[in-house]
Write a protein that binds this ligand. Structure first.
Ligand code: SF4
Ligand code: SF4
Length: 247
C-alpha cells in the first residue's frame, strides 16, 4: 500500500500520479531485488511498504477484516463502533475492523481512504505482490479485484540471482501445497497469504534443486528453521503481520 503522506483523504492505493490500468494489462511491480529488501524491512518492523497501487482499492474492498494493533490507537476512535471486533482469546491489544455488507472497509468512501494519514499499520504493510512472488492468488471469488492485480504484476530482474530467488519462492509455495503436505505432522498453513509468507521466509531452502533429492521431512525441518530465523529478527512490537489477513 502506498505510504505517502497527504492531507487529503485518498485511497491508500491511489497516489493520483499512477494512471488507472485495466486488470488485464501488465503492471510493473518494480525491481525484484528492491522489492525483496523493502518487504523484508516491512515484515521486520512496522515501516510500511510503498506499493504502486495506482487507483486499485482491491484490498480495501475484498471482505477482509483489518487487524488493529496498539499502535493504531489514533484511528480506532474514528472507526464506527459496530465495525470494531474484539475476538475472544485474542492477544492483548489486538482488535479487528470489520467490513460493510459489500465487502468494503467502512473507512473507504468513494474509493478513497478517509483515514489515510492514520490508516492502520496492517494497511501500511500489506503488499499483494507477496502473492505474485509466490505464484499464488488470494482465495475466493470475492477477491476478484485483488486477484486481478496479483495476476497483472510483473517484476523486473537486475540479476540472475534475483530471478533465481523469485523461482525459489515459487518452488517453496509449490512444495507447501504439494504432496509433502500430507506427510508432515507440522501445522502447515492453509491460507494463501500464510503460505506465501512461509514461502518467502523459507525460500533459501529452495534456492537450488537439491531439495528435490531430500526427504520431505528434512525439507520441512529446514523450512521451519529458516522461517524461525526470519521471525526472530522481527521487531518485538510488529506482530501481527500481513499473514494475519485471512486469505
Ligand atoms: S490489491 Fe494490491 S495494488 Fe490493490 S490496493 Fe491492495 S496492495 Fe494495492
Ligand atoms: S483503513 Fe480501510 S480504506 Fe483505509 S487503507 Fe485500510 S482498508 Fe483501505
Amino acid at each position: 500500500m502506498n505510504s505517502s503522506s497527504t492531507t487529503e483523504p485518498v485511497s491508500p492505493h491511489a497516489d493520483a500520479t499512477t494512471p488507472a490500468t485495466s486488470p488485464q494489462a501488465v503492471i510493473p511491480a518494480g525491481d525484484f531485488g528492491e522489492w525483496m529488501r523493502a518487504i523484508t524491512a516491512s515484515l521486520r518492523g512496522d515501516v510500511g511498504n510503498d506499493v504502486p497501487c495506482g487507483t486499485c482499492v482491491g484490498c480495501c474492498s475484498s471482505f477482509w477484516p483489518i487487524a488493529l494493533r496498539r499502535t493504531d490507537a489514533a484511528v480506532i476512535p474514528l472507526i464506527p463502533i459496530e465495525h470494531l471486533i474484539d475476538p475472544p482469546n485474542a492477544p492483548s491489544g489486538l482488535r479487528y475492523m470489520g467490513y460493510e455488507a459489500d465487502g468494503t472497509c467502512p473507512m473507504l468512501k468513494a474509493e478513497r481512504c478517509t483515514v489515510y494519514d492514520l490508516r492502520p499499520q496492517t494497511c501500511r504493510d500489506f503488499d499483494c505482490r507477496l502473492f505474485t512472488a509466490a505464484g499464488l492468488s488470494s482465495a475466493g471469488a470475492d477477491k476478484a479485484l485483488i486477484n486481478a492485480r496479483i495476476a497483472a504484476w510483473q517484476f523486473s530482474y537486475a540479476t540472475d540471482d534475483d530471478r533465481a530467488t523469485h523461482e525459489a519462492i515459487k518452488s517453496a509455495a509449490t512444495f507447501i501445497l504439494g504432496p509433502a503436505r500430507a506427510l508432515t505432522s507440522i501445522r502447515v498453513p492453509s491460507s494463501p497469504i500464510a503460505i506465501a509468507g512461509l514461502a518467502f521466509k523459507a525460500h533459501r531452502v529452495f534456492k537450488t534443486d537439491q531439495y528435490r533429492e531430500r526427504a520431505s521431512s528434512d525439507v520441512w525441518a529446514d523450512m521451519i528453521s529458516a522461517a524461525r530465523a526470519f521471525d526472530e529478527a522481527l521487531h518485538p512490537d510488529s506482530a501481527p503481520t500481513t499473514a494475519d489477513r485471512p486469505t
